[in-house]
Design a binder for this molecule. Structure first.
Ligand SMILES: [Ca+2]
Ligand SMILES: [Ca+2]
Ligand SMILES: [Ca+2]
Ligand SMILES: [Ca+2]
Length: 503
């Protein structure tokens, strides 16, 4: 429509509509209007314009309205909520005219679920049983056309953990802790923590293997008292569950610790280091000599009441010392160390006897020597600590008498580190009193705790103006530390005045 003069009025009017329809047109003046129709069908509209001079023109528009179905909109991603925790779900609906109703329903799921309100776009979901629930939102328009969408909600549950009852366990032995843990989906991680332990305890929890639903760890209670261990399982949704177990460390006796074997040369001091482990305190240390080499009069270890002690074997052979420790509960533990007194000399002669208050004397005649009680003879007069110079210029082929025992039992030992080759003779003189049994042990060739030969026990008498002299054996020393021993075993009376006498 064209006009020279300004338009004074324009507007839309509804001329026809389908039977029963209640369409609205808004606004009714102006060039633009919106038609709201509620039923499908033909709508006839007329547009009229009038200018200032009253001239009028109009045109008709036919609108064909078809039914447009509504559309329901649901959250696309899977929703998650913990068991029994309300979850707000926002749905929506669209329609070309207008959504007139919403309806939420539970399609399926592992258990009952509450949904409220069910007739609004946004609802609140809540369920106890874990698992996946499918919810359907249906929207309807005024034409009763409907559309539905489905959303899934996964109700997640934390792991379930089952700790055992309190465990009583002796200290210092490993205890296996076992906890069962399950989950509605999957446990991805576990954590062990030691929440409490007795003072001074240094125990730790060491995680172990998993077998099916059972997770294990090891704890070695080192002190008496209570250990609180917390186990936590974490599922793939990041949910955690914990339980605590109590381990009660019960007292155990101490363990004494000492070396199995200590080797030392006779008359050398062996240092023996003891130790102890306990769940409490060690209140007493006690070292004892429980076994001696035959003929030994070795003193017990000293100090006897400290962790480390010293012991000096007096003749070659085996000794046993025992360490006993006592803890603050009065429990005891002990261990035994074998002390091996090893004769390393090329020639070593040991003599001891069994009668208290008597004095026997050991003699050794040098290779090729033929007079006792001269410097060819090593005995108490010339040989204690350091003997006469035999063999070559050095001291390694000289004899040495360790001890002159004058009151009973011995032992008396004569050693030569590197004896010159030849035949040596061993003798024992009954200096004072009568020995019911004197014994001679001969080591040669080096590095032995067991003598090559043992002679006696032999009765020898040391009373009167002549006393018994026991010619015991000959020892043949050869090059390369080879040796052989020939018994003589002859007892004869000799003068007690100290004068020399023949081989
Ligand atoms: Ca879970
Ligand atoms: Ca103890
Ligand atoms: Ca003596
Ligand atoms: Ca010499």
């Amino acid at each position: 429509m064209e006009s020279e003069t300004p338009i004074a009025f324009s507007g839309w009017s509804l001329e026809a509509q389908p039977p029963g329809a209640m369409a609205g047109l808004d606004p009714t003046t102006g060039p633009t209007a919106t038609l709201r129709q509620s039923l499908a069908g033909d709508y006839l509209l007329r547009f009229t314009a009038r200018d200032a001079e009253g001239r009028e023109e109009s045109c008709q528009v036919r609108v064909e309205s078809i039914v447009g179905p509504p559309r329901a909109i649901c959250p696309e991603d899977e929703l998650r909520t913990p068991s029994n925790v309300p979850l707000t779900i926002e749905g929506d609906g669209f329609d070309d005219v207008g959504v007139v109703s919403y309806r939420w329903a539970v399609l399926d799921g592992p258990g009952d679920a509450a949904l409220a309100p069910r007739n609004a776009p946004t609802t609140v979901f809540r369920a106890e049983r874990t698992g996946t629930y499918r919810l359907e939102l249906t929207v309807a328009d005024a034409d009763m056309a409907t559309h539905s969408c489905v959303t899934t909600v996964r109700v997640v549950g934390p792991p379930a953990v089952f700790c055992p009852d309190p465990i009583e366990a002796p200290t210092r032995r490993p205890v296996t802790l076992e906890v069962r843990a399950t989950d509605d989906t999957r446990i991805v991680d576990v954590r062990w923590e030691l929440l409490a332990q007795p003072p001074e305890s240094r125990a730790r929890v060491v995680p172990g293997e998993r077998e099916g639903d059972v997770y294990s760890a090891t704890l070695t209670p080192d002190r008496q008292g209570e250990y609180v261990v917390r186990f936590t399982a974490i599922d793939e949704d990041g949910l955690e569950a914990s339980c605590e177990l109590l381990v009660i460390g019960t007292p155990t006796p101490p363990d004494a610790i000492c070396p199995d074997v200590v080797e030392v040369r006779p008359l050398n001091e062996a240092t023996i280091e003891g130790d102890a482990e306990d769940d409490g305190r060690i209140v007493r240390w006690r070292w004892e000599l429980i076994e001696r080499a035959e003929g030994s009069e070795a003193r017990p270890p000293a100090p006897a009441d400290a962790p480390t002690t010293r012991f000096t074997p007096d003749i070659a052979g085996e000794y046993r010392v025992r360490l006993t420790v006592r803890d603050d509960d009065g429990d005891e533990g002990s261990c035994v160390t074998l002390v091996r007194a090893v004769a390393t000399e090329g020639l070593r002669v040991e003599m001891f006897w069994d009668t208290d208050g008597t004095d026997m004397d050991l003699h050794l005649l040098r290779a090729g020597g033929d007079r006792w009680r001269t410097n060819e003879d090593c005995y108490y007069v010339n040989c204690i600590g350091r003997g006469p110079d035999w063999g070559g210029p050095g001291a390694e082929d000289n004899p040495r008498l360790d001890i002159d025992n004058t009151s009973g039992f011995g032992p008396e030992n004569i050693n030569i580190e590197e004896p010159e080759p030849g035949v040596y003779r061993i003798g024992v003189y009954a200096y004072r009193g009568t020995a019911r049994g004197a014994t001679v042990r001969v080591h040669c060739g080096g590095s032995t705790t067991e003598p090559q030969e043992i002679f006696g026990p032999r009765r020898i008498d040391g009373t009167g103006s002549t006393h018994d002299f026991w010619r015991v054996a000959d020892v043949r020393i050869e090059a390369g530390r080879r040796c052989s021993i020939e018994p003589v075993d002859r007892v004869e009376r000799v003068q007690h005045d100290g004068s020399p006498f023949p081989r």
